[in-house]
Design a protein around this ligand. Structure first.
Ligand SMILES: [Ca+2]
Ligand SMILES: [Ca+2]
Length: 429
């Protein structure tokens, strides 16, 4: 069944098109020497940056209601099909779907093969191998195995190409775990948290994010207690659809321990495919080393790419007289997960919460692929309005479990599109 992109709302921008290399034009370079991998290096060296636009509209099956080759029921010969099989090439020259049928070979030897015609070998297609079957002096070539053939679901191109504009970004769901130190020195900070958490939530909501917030800290309305008001939380410090309060005391230095020990009581509130964030709020240092926490948290399902944000002390006591200690462990975790940080001594937290929320949005701009991709084949390209194409070597990640590519919006110029080229796992052994 062909992938019918025409029926989707994305048809303006999600265009599957050919990014193809002209196949080798001279079949004579392929020798019959058994076992020689004549095309492997060529097959993987094609650089789609320099490739011409598609010229072979004829390979797009069934678009005009004409004969389709994808269902195997047609007798129309494929592109470039010859009358008879050519035993000197690795291709299926006569277009019957079998490479080198009826060709004599030396039993036990192998050679490269491709069960399509030569013009169909390009881009991310790859040769397979076939073994010479038989026991006597002469044998016949067996089936071609492990080749990467043109993709019926992608208009018979050798790679899936999907174009996206910003409006098609799938905002990845986010689960954000806050914990706040409510020891004696944190009165002002606790008040700031209670007053600003709804600002944080509304910034996420305005960006279209599907978010949940877990708050770990002593629940209540006292000066060293956390009571998040509606609409994020329910009335009277209660939970809400997007909010769960974990009523557990966090002291000066044990925040990370409390996160770990309370995990069983909030893990059911998490979504399996969400991006996970932590936010530490404390004016002290952690007694649990960064490595210990990182190893533990990374082992929880869905936490491999977690991000750690910190509202902690990183200035001197002279700069912040109320600071207990510099939060070096938290800053370490923030640096290694490329999170955001802010000064716990700041008097106005409204800007902190907005910038943290925007940072979360920035890390969750992603696109879902039509089919799961082989990680080693994914290319992310930026295409400007003027048509200039640049391959992104950094600034993107692929989450195989969720089948989505996350791209940092900071690397996408205004008006540009993202183009993702890949081989689906299916059909790419
Ligand atoms: Ca052949
Ligand atoms: Ca053939």
């Amino acid at each position: 069944m062909a992938y019918d992109y025409r029926t989707t709302r994305r048809q303006q921008v999600l265009t599957l098109f050919a990014v193809v290399a002209a196949g080798c034009s001279d079949g004579s370079e392929f020798e019959m020497t058994p076992g020689v991998d004549a095309r492997r290096s060529d097959a993987t060296a094609f650089d789609s940056t320099t490739l011409p636009p598609p010229t072979d509209g004829g390979t797009s099956s069934g678009e005009d209601g004409g004969p389709s080759r994808t269902d195997g029921s047609t007798s129309v010969p494929p592109d470039g099909a010859a009358a008879v099989e050519n035993c000197a090439t690795p291709f299926d020259d006569n277009g019957d779907g079998v490479a080198n049928e009826g060709c004599v070979c030396s039993p036990g030897t192998t050679q490269m093969c491709f069960e399509r015609t030569e013009p169909q070998f390009r881009g991310m297609c790859r040769m397979g191998t076939q073994r010479c079957m038989g026991s006597g002096e002469f044998g016949m070539w067996g089936p071609c195995e492990r080749s990467w053939l043109p993709l019926p679901d992608f208009m018979n191109q050798c790679e899936a190409t999907q174009r996206f504009d910003d409006t098609m970004a799938a905002r990845v769901p986010v689960d954000i775990i806050w914990f706040i130190d409510t020891s004696g020195s944190m009165v002002e900070e606790t008040r700031n948290l209670n007053a600003n958490l709804n600002r944080f939530a509304s910034t996420l909501a305005m960006s279209g994010l599907d978010y949940r917030v877990i708050m770990i800290g002593t629940r209540g309305t006292g000066s060293l207690q956390v009571c998040v008001p509606p609409p994020l939380a329910g009335a009277g410090c209660s939970d809400g659809p997007r909010f769960r309060h974990v009523n557990s005391n966090v002291a000066s230095t044990n925040g990370l321990q409390v996160v770990v020990s309370t995990y069983p009581s909030w893990r059911d509130f998490l979504r399996p495919t969400s991006q996970k964030f932590f936010v530490a709020v404390t004016d002290d240092e952690s007694s649990m080393p960064a490595n210990t926490f990182h190893t533990t948290a990374s082992g929880w399902p869905g936490f491999t790419g977690y991000v750690f944000n910190s509202i902690v002390g990183y200035e001197s006591r002279a700069d912040c007289p109320t600071l207990a200690r510099r939060g070096g462990v938290y800053l370490d975790l923030t640096a290694r997960t490329m999170g955001d940080r802010a000064r716990v001594c700041a008097t106005d937290w409204s800007g902190i919460f907005t910038s943290f929320a925007m940072g979360i949005v920035r890390r969750t701009t992603a696109w879902v692929l039509a089919q799961p991709a082989r990680m080693d084949t994914i290319q992310v390209w930026i295409v400007t309005a003027a048509g200039t194409r640049t391959q992104l070597m950094m600034g993107w990640t692929y989450d195989m479990a969720a089948n989505r590519v996350t791209v940092d919006p900071a690397v996408i110029p205004m008006g540009a599109r993202v183009e993702i080229i890949y081989r689906p796992i299916a059909g790419s052994p």
